[in-house]
Structure formats: structure tokens, C-alpha cells
Design a protein. Sequence first.
Length: 226
Amino acid sequence: MNYLAHGYRFLDSPLFLVGTAVPDWLSVVNRRVRARSRLVQPVVDATDCNDVRDIGRGILQHHHDDDAFHRCAPFQQMEADLSAQFRRHMPDKYDHRPGFLGHIVVELMLDAALAARDETLLSRYYAAMSSVDSSMIERAVNQMATRQTDRLAWFIDRFLEERFLEDYADDERIFFRINQVLQRVKLPAMEKSAIEVLASARELLLQRGHELLDVVPVADTDRDCA
């Protein structure tokens, strides 16, 4: 799952909401910094700080989401279908991109489908995110992560500034964003012809995205306990 699909249910709880984004933020900031459930849960159980607790619960929700999402049959079917479509544009059997793209494009286009369904959703998502201080988030995450980072607050501010989730509404703009991801993981950019697969994926997720959302549970977070 991507940012919006992880967070759209929790806009009324900004701290919990930012927690749902933390694992993905960390994967961009420094892939060696992880907020794994086995590290987060003890902090959530022991902390006296409600802010840290809510962020930690959001992180745990993210991991609950991903576990259910990636195991479900609709995701695996869509991933396989899109990977096969990308393979037609990238026929080299040693090219790792089709499988990678099949996976992430389902996730990104699910966010696009959610935003298309409710044209106020992205604005409300970014407004809720912006209400939390990025430096406080970094301090909280450093209590739960595999190692310390001093770049998370900087990246959160950039994430809120760039609002790149808005680019998912357009095939050309999401093509550019996906190529940025490929560059980050040291894979070649997509061929321009592959943009037709993005158009196909958009239609697929508009029609079947609800099947993916229906399998994702809301964890027993007990968000309001003292």
C-alpha cells in the first residue's frame, strides 16, 4: 500500500496518520533505518507520551495493512497482470523492472483511485499531515527505529511541500514520478511506450480498487487510552 491508502481512514487522528507514513518515509530517507513492529510495540506499550504512542500505533497499522494487502488474491492477480503488461515493453528476461513495476503501480494507482473517488481527500490528507511538527515526529521515530536519523524531519517537510500524490491523477506526471523511484533503486527509467500500461492500471484500479481496500483490517490500536 502507498501513503493515501494507508492513511485515508485516520485523518481525524493526525499523529496516528503520520505513523502510517513513517515506514515509507524511512525507506526514502535511509533504507537502513527501519521502524519494525518488534521494536515499535514495546515502546507503544511502555511510553507515557501519548504523541509517541499514537505515532507508534500508526506505524503498527502500516505493517498490519501491508501484511494483509500483499497476501490477498486480488493484489497478487493485479500485480501479475500488470507485470506481464510491462514485460511486453521490457522483453529482456533479465530485466527486473516488470515485476517491480507491477507491484508498485498497483499501490500508486490505488491512491489515484481513492483521490478520484473523493476530490477533497488529498487536501484533507495534507492538511492533517501538516498539523504535526516534523521535528517531533523525527524524535519519536528515533525511539523506535533500528538506528537514528537526522533527515526524517527534512524529508517530511519536503513531502508536504511537493505534494507529489497529486501527480498520480495524470499518466504523464505519474510516469515521471515512477521513473524517479526507479532511479532511486538504481534501475533504468521506463520506456515511454510503457505509459499505456499506466493508463490500463488506472482503469483497473478504478474498477477493482475496492477489492483491495476491503481486505485491510483496522488494527486494535486502542488509540484513546491514557
